[in-house]
Design a protein around this ligand. Structure first.
Ligand code: AMP
Ligand code: MG
Length: 328
């Protein structure tokens, strides 16, 4: 069969979102999801897993409907093998297996979630050899390809930027996910409040900033809006500094954004300005591809379609740079 007719279904369930993407060759046919949210408090892995169990059939059905295909048309099912929360990953694997059993090929392949976030740029933005700023809930990394690996050039030394924003939002009495709520508040903030800025070489750190914000919230001296505004300015400047240094070190000319935090309009603006000043291109995919999604898992599955299918497995702790990039 010609690759352009090859149909891949990608199932993502590593954290808060159960998502299904379908591609035919390099054409996106469907991108469906159901996300676990809360009014107050953060994400509870077992509850997120129950949410995924409840919504899996419906999300798969919606994706098949959007793509206008039947299960028998599917050539490959790919799923997220890690990193992620064990209970959520297990639902992804179980539902992927169940679906693959019904396809004509029964082919199934496990995918690294972070690598999928990076690779999807080839599909959506025609990226060639970018530096990637990947900032999601749990992960914050600056990555570049070199010698069959995606090398982590810099990363957070403690919490992911998204988890940091979510925790800060929780302390302000907002629910999960907190990032968009902080963004909304930040638009109303005017006064810049001095906050700790932690870039250590190529790495960043958010825990000192988080503790400092906790103290400032308790003192009630500052407006929530100003704290949100200043937090964004400080945390995002840290990310952009490290991304810029990675571009300079590697001499690469493209930046690709990945992960839910990169939905933030101020972070996107800062990245655009930095790239423009360097004469680099800033690639930003649509929101539905920045956040956890099934399309990226489908695309990575398509890239790895020749990999010999082994027994389906999970690798909850697999890091980006442990994956052998043998499909390029
Ligand atoms: P992901 O794990 O890639 O789906 O990203 C989820 C994270 O992105 C959560 O921590 C959200 O709070 C964060 N997030 C989503 N939208 C925004 C936004 N507009 N600004 C900042 N963070 C965001
Ligand atoms: Mg993610």
């Amino acid at each position: 069969m010609q690759d352009k007719d090859f149909i891949t279904v990608g199932i993502e369930a590593s954290a808060h979102t159960y998502a299904v993407g379908i591609i035919k060759g390099k054409t996106i046919l469907a991108n469906q999801r159901a996300s676990y949210t809360t009014e107050v408090g953060g994400i509870i892995p077992m509850q997120a897993a129950l949410h995924h169990e409840k919504h899996a059939d419906e999300v798969i059905a919606n994706a098949l409907k959007e793509a206008n295909i039947s299960i028998k048309d599917i050539d490959l099912v790919s799923y997220t093998r890690g990193p992620g929360m064990g209970p959520c990953l297990r639902v992804g694997l179980a539902t992927a297996k169940k679906l693959a059993e019904k396809t004509k090929t029964k082919q199934i392949v496990g995918i690294n979630h972070c690598v999928a976030h990076l690779s999807v740029g080839q599909l959506t933005n025609n990226t060639k050899d970018p530096v990637i700023l990947y900032s999601s809930g749990a992960n914050t990394q600056v990555i570049a390809y070199e010698g069959k690996r995606y090398r982590i050039m810099g990363e957070t030394l403690d919490m992911g930027c998204g988890n940091f924003l979510d925790s800060f939002a929780r302390d302000l009495g907002l629910g999960f996910p907190g990032g968009p709520k902080i963004a909304e508040l930040a638009h109303k903030g005017k006064k810049y409040v001095e906050l700790p800025y932690s870039v250590k070489g190529m790495d960043v750190s958010f825990s000192g900033l988080f503790t400092n914000l906790k103290q400032k919230i308790q003192k009630k001296e500052f407006k929530k809006e100003d704290l949100a505004f200043s937090t964004q300015e400080t945390a995002f400047a840290m990310l952009v500094e490290v991304a810029e240094r990675a571009l300079a070190h590697t001499n690469k000319q493209e930046l690709f954004l990945a992960g839910g935090v990169c939905c933030n309009d101020r972070l996107q603006e800062m990245c655009n300005i930095m790239c423009k000043e360097r004469g680099a291109v800033c690639h930003i995919p649509s929101r539905s591809v920045l956040v956890d999604n099934g399309v990226m898992i489908a695309w990575q599955g398509y890239l790895e379609r020749k990999r010999k299918t082994t027994v389906p497995e999970l690798r909850p702790y697999e890091r980006t740079d442990q994956v052998n990039v043998d499909w390029v």
